[in-house]
Design a protein around this ligand. Structure first.
Ligand code: NAD
Ligand code: G6P
Ligand code: MN
Ligand code: MN
Length: 433
């Protein structure tokens, strides 16, 4: 049987993961699921872990759920380790978002100054987890959702020197679901090609016969509401600029292409309702109240209020594809290996890949059709590299360089101020600085 270990098991997303394993139990014989958390998350782990146990029991499958604060005991002999932890929990996220906003910059979980700080807190922890895996479960795959997922994958590949890692995001999944619903067809009727970085990925789409639908989909998406993920306001892109690219953007490109509008909207929302982290805190409290109910034995509908809905289901799909050597195509964060000609061979990229027993095989994409894409993505990758280096070394000037390189930090003077304030606010979780 398969042993799964989930680090950050107290996450409110865990029921979706459990549902995903239950659904696939015939093709993916999971015997043990170990939910791991830390002292700070003990209560969340208890509540969500007990729901997980009820779900598995109701399903009547031959699988046992374990709850533990002992990461090393859990990792021993694991087949798959999934990571969905948040260093400092939502209070740290709220600081990542509030401090930039207070300085007139975008405050966002994975983009701009806040995203870089989430990386600074997360990377030392993920590199420790990698050490444990190498020692205690050398054959295991690490499936990471912890944000910023692309930067974390970059760190594991190039500083953890660990190849069996796959980073996962729900954006490609959600994008495909939106396309299918616009055409009122099944996802399997389309062929997608994603290429870029996590939360900075573009895509093209074809029908089954090989007719390209990219431009048509762009037309279909215009003025449609309820597209995209819950955590991003869907301000319309400039129609012609995107048309001219020849590829469609992801939801997160708005923070760059519509920088002014998104900043204004973000500041307005911050003043009216607080940060997204504070909103999520309320959603989470509501979810955990539901989870406490001993009569609840399934994933509640309300989980769809979270921006990350469907990512854990994608994780189960990915694990099954590796286990069963399926060769299906999924968009994942993996080593580039030349697939995107405009980026270094060793970079982590988010790209459509064949998922096999020996991991993702990125599908050759080539060069970006547009020099605007090439220039932007090379800048973003440089920013990611600096962010990882700063997270590992704790070097202040590398962090300042990462800030200065980030398009959402308009210059070194304000960058230094926000950097200093964030370093101060997060001192407890940044032993390396
Ligand atoms: P959360 O705040 O509920 O945190 C999850 C758990 O992690 C908590 O129970 C916490 O105690 C625990 N934790 C913190 N530090 C830990 C450590 N060192 N070791 C083990 N556990 C630790 O977070 P959430 O809102 O459920 O999100 C979880 C993570 O998944 C975040 O990093 C988030 O950004 C990410 N996420 C990613 C995607 C994606 O598209 N890749 C989608 C949704 C969420
Ligand atoms: C999106 C992203 C995730 C991110 C989430 C935030 O789906 O792909 O990486 O974590 O939204 O959602 P939240 O509900 O926490 O704001
Ligand atoms: Mn994501
Ligand atoms: Mn949608």
């Amino acid at each position: 049987g398969i042993k799964i270990v989930t680090i950050g098991g107290g996450s409110s997303y865990t029921p979706e993961l459990i549902e995903g394993f239950i659904k696939r139990i015939k093709e993916l014989p999971v015997k043990e699921i170990w939910l791991v958390d830390i002292e700070e998350g003990k209560e969340k782990l208890e509540i969500v872990g007990n729901l997980a146990k009820r779900m598995v029991e109701k399903a009547g499958i031959d699988c046992k759920v374990y709850l533990t604060l002992d990461r090393r005991e859990a990792i021993k002999d694991a087949d798959f380790v999934t990571t969905q932890f948040r260093v400092g929990l939502l209070d740290a996220r709220i600081k990542d978002e509030r401090i930039p906003f207070e300085n007139g910059l975008l405050g966002q979980e994975t983009n701009g100054a806040g995203g870089m700080f989430k990386a600074f807190r997360t990377i030392p922890v993920i590199l420790d987890i990698v050490k444990d895996i190498k020692e205690l479960a050398p054959n295991a795959w690490l499936i990471n959702f912890t944000n910023p997922a692309g930067i974390v994958t970059e760190a594991v590949l190039n500083y953890g020197n660990f190849e069996k890692v796959v980073g996962l995001c729900n954006i490609p999944v959600h994008t495909q679901m939106d396309c299918a619903s616009l055409y009122e067809k099944d996802i399997s009727e389309f062929k997608f090609q994603f290429a870029g970085l996590n939360h900075f990925v573009w895509y093209k789409v074809w029908d089954k016969k090989g007719n390209e639908l990219t431009a048509d989909l762009w037309d279909k998406r215009q003025d449609k509401e309820n597209l995209g993920v819950k955590n991003i306001v869907s301000i319309n892109y400039d129609y012609d600029q995107i048309k001219n690219l020849g590829m469609l953007p992801c939801d997160y490109h708005r923070y760059y292409y519509l920088q002014d509008e998104m900043l204004a909207e973000g500041l307005k929302s911050y003043k009216e309702r607080g940060t997204r982290g504070e909103i999520v805190k309320r959603v989470e409290a509501e979810l955990f109240e539901l989870y406490k109910d001993v009569n609840l034995k399934e994933k509640p509908k309300q989980l769809e209020q979270r921006g990350g809905a469907y990512y854990s289901d994608a994780a189960c799909e990915l694990i099954s594809a590796i286990y069963n050597d399926k060769g299906i195509i999924m968009a994942v964060n993996t080593r580039n290996k030349g697939a995107i000609a405009d980026l270094p061979y060793n970079s982590a990229v988010e790209i459509s890949s064949y998922i096999t027993a020996s991991g993702p095989k990125p599908i050759t994409f080539g060069k970006f059709p547009n020099a605007g894409q090439r220039g932007y993505i090379q800048l973003m990758k440089a920013m990611e590299e600096l962010t990882v280096e700063a997270a590992v070394t704790g070097n202040y000037y590398t962090a300042l360089q990462a800030f200065t390189t980030n398009p959402l930090v308009p210059g070194t003077t304000i960058g230094r101020k926000v950097l200093n304030e964030l370093l101060d606010a997060h001192e407890k979780y940044l032993p390396q600085f």
